[in-house]
Design a protein around this ligand. Structure first.
Ligand code: N01
Length: 485
């Protein structure tokens, strides 16, 4: 222990991944770290998104830290506010919260004199290791629609919900039918004066009822924690062998999942015209698969209108579609998604040659095994480029990536190395392997989605999630440029 050197670590972001990294540091005996958080609360996605019907679509047992099971989840898939409370509670009980600097936005970070210099409006501080935990879908994407800002009523992005507005008496316009739009529809359909859904592309919906856990089940899970662990393993195995596999390998799994979506639509929507409008012309899972229980039921409620005509423009009274119809509205909700290529942007990350991450990523974000970038020493990313976010629980991905970062952090702390970054050759080789595996994935089968990058290829991990875990389990030092003095 005495040979260990003091080490300072900076984490950017106090969402699910940043909290996970902090716990790994504390468990490893490192308490000299700062978490920079631009907002005034933890939780990232689960803090920002508060729209009606918000829920996770990964089973609760599996969408938890593996080291902190939660017997109290109320449903099979947890409602958003419960997940937010869980992360806040874990941050408090594990001693993470005192390390967080709330309201402190990192504007830049540069590597100089073997250290990372992190800038905020309050000044600059030096660290040995920099961890980015800024999430994936953080920056809202606003649609370019003529006249949008002329709308007379309130309008907001789904991730910036205006809770001052009462909903039941309103005619609500909803643009977007991704996971968010579907969850909002499932919640509001039939409960508001009017819900007009502007659908540009229909979605495949995998039937997933969200059942409540009974009090007796929750009591049993609290009494016997092993049951929770069993539940975690069960859902991990299930997801990794269904969606985890079907998205990246053709075969029976893929066909069964597609069939379930087709049957769900066929059995839930009797009106052939409505069913036609809701039938996608691409393969299930090509876009992010929607997992929902009662979307189709809600869309058939009185007062819900599905509009498939393209939006032409917006005027003060509502949305005008290409057929010239004015859809009068009181509130306009933009469930139009996020800039998935933001990563750490707009902050600038600069290496000791003066090269920015933006420059390195000009052709598209890429990394070594999703966690590190050549020539950017001691920088580790959680949820970095090509993480398996399309077919795995993000919580487990964060844990695996944080463990990987810890492996290098321990080497630095033990004085074995001063800095490490992956070699160009290893990173290039890894990215070429990924590129050649992309054609087998469902994501390239002819749909448009936020998964696709500038080159038309998915910015996702093209193999089964287990492979990502294996790639991170045993760091390969020969793939790294290591500085020892
Ligand atoms: O965003 P999206 P999201 N005019 O990009 C439409 C995660 N998530 O917020 O498909 C008209 O998927 C666009 O149309 P099209 C999950 O990973 C998870 O819904 O491009 N329409 C689409 O329908 C998910 O994938 C949970 O033709 C326009 C929609 O807006 C990701 O977040 C819950 C338009 C955008 O869909 C993003 O989901 C919620 C325009 N100009 C979200 N521009 C969980 O349960 C865009 N659209 C964990």
């Amino acid at each position: 222990m005495s040979r260990q050197r003091a080490l300072r670590v900076a984490i950017i972001g106090a969402g699910m991944s940043g909290i996970c990294m902090a716990i790994k540091l504390l468990d490893g005996g490192i308490d000299d770290f700062v978490i920079y958080e631009s907002a005034d609360d933890v939780g990232g996605t689960w803090r920002d998104n508060t729209y009606p019907g918000l829920s996770c679509d990964v089973p609760s047992r599996f969408y938890s830290y593996s080291f902190r099971p939660n017997p109290d989840w109320s449903r099979f898939m947890s409602p958003g506010p419960e997940i937010h409370r869980y992360f806040r509670q874990v941050a408090d009980e594990r001693g993470v919260t005192p390390h967080i600097r709330f309201g402190s936005e990192v504007t830049a970070a540069r590597f100089e004199d073997k250290r990372w210099w992190v800038s905020t409006p309050d000044g600059e501080e030096a660290f040995d290791v920099l961890i980015t935990a800024t999430g994936v879908l953080r920056v809202p994407r606003y649609p370019q629609i003529e006249g949008l800002d002329t709308f007379a009523g309130p309008q907001f992005h789904s991730s910036r919900w205006d809770h001052s507005i009462t909903l039941p008496d309103k005619r609500i316009g909803l643009i977007g039918t991704g996971s968010t739009g579907v969850q909002i529809t499932a919640e509001l359909g039939g409960k508001v004066r009017g819900l007009t859904i502007f659908q540009r592309s229909p979605q495949w919906v995998y039937p997933t009822p969200n059942l409540r856990y009974r009090a007796i089940t929750r009591a049993a899970l609290a009494r016997w924690p092993a049951l929770n662990k069993l539940g975690y393993r069960f859902w991990q195995t299930y997801i990794e062998n269904t969606l985890g596999r079907a998205a990246v390998e053709a075969g029976l799994n893929r066909r069964l999942m597609a069939l379930s979506c087709r049957l769900n639509l066929r059995m839930s929507v009797r009106d052939p015209e409505l069913r036609r409008k809701l039938t996608p012309d691409y393969h299930a899972m090509c876009k992010r698969l929607i997992l929902a229980g009662h979307y189709y039921r809600s869309i058939q409620q009185p007062g819900v209108h599905l509009v498939t005509e393209a939006i032409d423009h917006v005027e003060p009274r509502g949305v005008v579609t290409a057929d010239g119809v004015l859809h009068e509205l009181d509130v306009l909700v933009l469930a139009t998604g996020f800039d998935a290529r933001a990563y750490v942007r707009p902050m600038s990350i600069v290496n000791d040659s003066g090269v920015t991450l933006d420059e390195v990523w000009e052709a598209g974000p890429h990394a070594y095994r999703s966690v590190a970038v050549p020539s950017f020493p001691n920088l580790f990313m959680l949820m970095g480029p090509h993480s398996p976010i399309g077919n795995q629980s993000l919580v487990l991905i964060a844990e695996n990536q944080a463990d990987y970062a810890m492996w290098w952090i321990n080497k630095i702390r033990n004085g074995e190395i001063i800095a490490a970054s992956p070699t160009d050759a290893a990173t290039k080789d890894y990215n070429e392997q990924m590129k050649s595996a992309m054609p087998q994935t469902i994501w390239v089968t002819g749909c448009k989605s936020w998964y696709l990058g500038k080159d038309g290829l998915p910015e996702l991990f093209p193999w089964r999630p287990v492979r990502h875990r294996e790639l991170l389990a045993t760091p390969d030092v020969s793939h790294f440029e290591v500085r020892t003095a």
